[in-house]
Ligand binder design. Structure first.
Ligand code: P1T
Length: 384
């Protein structure tokens, strides 16, 4: 069904003949570890649930469909998905990564994979052409997160992909903040698109999961091998929940974006607020790129307050009533976080300072509540 557009794909993509047994509309939750064989190796396509499980297949096919890819894989967390991608590499290989990215990704790169002899170069990619200077014959992967967590930098996926292709380097894009609703990295030339499905894809703050979508068959086979050999797979119940989440992804992302815009504009004019980071502002350094590669600007907004102190930031988040102070993002409910003490505590202070993660920085995941209520809540928490 090649003609399907995005809103149809989130509901039907990859879901043909989902339950040949009884014709259920949603896939059954195959809560089983293993499958009957009539003779060794003779079965109906599934032998053991680490290797493959029908509920997982249903989700993996949905993910491939919405990202315009051919192959989908799901993992027990976003970090497990990134871990699998890095296992494509060998000791001595080099990775060029954005210098602003989720703290846990940075920790995985520097505290785990550097021990296995991978080398990471963390650079600012806002001017994509500057990447070229860091490429060596050992560079095998470029790692892009856009919008970045938590500074909302925008990286030009198409331009980076041209550089990657010219130099025969694979390009992986962490699409967690945007999702396939707002941008589709494979269409822009990326080789691998990765998500923390824990966030917008699941959408209800009740599942931890990661996903990968690719087009290239050889790459897919290597990743399926790693998924099975390393074993950090997603369970059937969680796959069911994320599949359910995806069916309303378009509606939620539309509302997240609408509310995100309202909150960003409110903060911008508030006397207590110093800076607001949101790619929808014309003065955002890569607004033009965001406008071209994204359908809208999403529901993530970060800001700093005048005076820039940790104390101030903590007082603000403690006063919030509708926003919940919590790690994570992308659920229906609005969350607030203080990156310095939460999501990015694992990034050393000198690195944080370099990329603008200041002491008073607050990151908001704008939910799908009434925007007037969200603004009132922010207003009362900003009141001294
Ligand atoms: O939490 P997990 O599902 O393992 O996903 C890791 C991850 C990867 N990439 C991005 C861009 C992310 O934001 C995350 C997780 N982020 C948070 C928990 C957070 O609060 O930012």
């Amino acid at each position: 069904m090649k003609f399907m557009q995005f809103n149809t794909k989130v509901i039907h993509g990859g879901q043909e003949n989902i339950d040949p047994g009884y014709g259920s509309v949603m896939p059954p939750i195959y809560q089983t570890t293993t499958f009957t064989q009539t003779s060794p190796g003779k079965h109906k396509g599934y032998a053991y649930s680490r290797t493959a499980n029908p509920t997982r297949t249903a989700l993996e096919n949905s993910l491939a469909s919405i990202e315009n890819g051919r192959f989908g894989l799901t993992f027990s967390s976003g970090l497990a998905a990134i871990d699998a991608i890095l296992k494509l590499l060998k000791t001595g290989d080099e990775v060029i990564s954005t210098n602003n990215l989720y703290g846990g990704s940075y920790r995985l790169f520097t505290k785990i994979f550097e021990n296995y002899g991978l080398k990471f170069k963390f650079i600012n990619m806002e001017k994509a052409s500057e990447i070229e200077a860091y490429i060596t014959p050992k560079t095998k992967l470029i790692w892009v997160e856009t919008p970045t967590n938590p500074m909302m930098n925008i990286i030009d996926i198409k331009e980076v992909s041209n550089i990657a292709k010219r130099n025969q380097i694979k390009l992986a894009v962490d699409n967690t903040f945007a999702t396939a609703y707002l941008q589709r990295p494979l269409d822009l030339g990326a080789d691998i698109v990765m998500h923390s499905a824990t966030k917008y894809l699941g959408g209800h703050s009740d599942v931890v999961m990661g996903s990968i979508v690719i087009n290239n068959q050889e790459l897919a086979e290597r990743l399926y091998f790693i998924q099975n050999a390393s074993g950090a797979i997603a369970g059937p119940m969680d796959c069911f929940l994320v599949l359910r989440g995806i069916k309303t992804l378009h509606l939620r992302m539309q509302r997240h974006s609408e509310n995100g815009k309202a909150v960003a504009h409110f903060l911008k004019t508030h006397p207590q607020v110093e800076k607001v980071y949101w790619p929808g502002f014309e003065e955002h350094p890569n607004h033009k790129v965001a406008k071209t590669q994204m359908k809208d600007f999403g529901g993530m907004v970060s800001f700093t307050t005048k005076g820039n102190s940790v104390k101030q930031a903590l007082a603000f988040v403690e006063k919030l009533k509708i926003f919940t102070l919590a790690e994570s993002l992308g659920g229906v409910e609005s969350l607030a976080g203080h990156p310095v003490s939460m999501t990015h505590a694992s990034v050393p202070k000198e690195e944080r300072d370099k990329i603008g993660i200041e002491d008073s920085l607050i990151r908001l995941s704008i939910g799908i509540e009434d925007k007037e209520d969200l603004i009132k809540d922010l207003e009362q928490a900003l009141r001294e």
